[in-house]
Design a binder for this molecule. Structure first.
Ligand code: B1M
Length: 210
């Protein structure tokens, strides 16, 4: 009988070897891959998100948990047909033009993936044109923009304006974040939401998508 709690705890502890061992054990016992994800891996990451928001866990620990979760996911993914993969929605994520900071953005991506979203990570220094191309190609529900510089946060507005020009603004929710960004700034540029950290960003996407 699979011990989902032990698996969740191994994710919380960031113990990749243990997560892989328990995931493999569950697979060998015939536990459905979807159940391993929904009842073991995701609940572990949910606890990590809550603790991170509360200041009880820090970035390096969260990264270890995310890596541990991904270790488990790699084992179960091949067992699930693409169409059966639980997907809460698609998010196009990137750091805006002129900005090379990606540690926080990647953390946002990992947390969203851990919560079941398909994340198209566009990397850094992503122009408004590239974001628009990605929206056309991947048809995401959310465009998530990160900026760490006071100079580059203005590029977030360019993305929103270009989405409008291309008639795509109503198709996506735009979420913004990063150290210099605030709720006021998000309101000013017409974004749908702002989140101060990766866990809040994930919660916000969940609530934006209802
Ligand atoms: Co740069 N840098 N940097 N830097 N750097 C800062 C941001 C800075 C505050 C340092 C300082 O002066 N005190 C400053 C910005 C000042 C300003 O604009 N107000 C600065 C500067 C000036 C620069 C350069 C211009 C320096 C130079 O060359 N003169 C240059 C710019 C390069 C460029 O981007 N074009 C530069 C370069 C670099 C490095 C390449 C050396 C490196 C980046 C490496 C990398 O990312 N791969 C770097 C780093 C590491 C930093 C600091 C030290 C750390 C940033 C970080 O990764 N934090 C930073 C100072 C600091 O923050 N203490 C600094 C950890 C990360 C987990 O936090 O990214 O804030 P953070 O992400 C958080 C939240 O912001 C939020 O969630 C995360 C946590 O959960 N979040 C989102 C982020 N994106 C989100 C998106 C969301 C929601 C939440 O929704 C979509």
């Amino acid at each position: 009988m699979a011990n989902f709690e032990e698996l969740s705890n191994a994710v919380i502890a960031g113990n990749e070897a243990k997560v892989k061992e328990l995931t493999q054990k569950a697979i060998d016992e015939g536990v459905e891959a979807i159940d391993i994800i929904n009842e073991g891996l995701i609940p572990g990451m949910t606890v990590v998100g809550t603790r991170f928001k509360a200041g009880e866990m820090f970035v390096p620990e969260v990264l270890m948990s995310a890596r541990a979760m991904q270790g488990g996911m790699e084992l179960v993914k091949p067992l699930i047909a693409d169409t059966d993969m639980p997907s809460a929605g698609t998010v196009v994520l990137g750091t805006v033009k002129g900005d090379l900071h990606d540690i926080g953005k990647n953390l946002v991506g990992m947390m969203m993936e851990s919560a079941g979203f398909k994340v198209i990570n566009m990397g850094v220094d992503v122009s408004a044109e590239k974001f628009v191309e990605a929206v056309k190609e991947h048809k995401p529900q959310v465009v998530a923009l990160s900026a760490l510089l006071t100079t580059t946060m203005l590029a977030m507005k360019d993305v929103i304006e270009l989405l409008k020009e291309e008639g795509l603004r109503d198709d996506v929710k735009v979420l913004v974040g990063g150290a210099p960004v605030s709720q006021d700034f998000a309101d000013e540029i017409g974004a749908d939401g702002y989140a101060p950290d990766a866990a809040s960003a994930t919660d916000l996407v969940k609530s934006l998508l209802g």
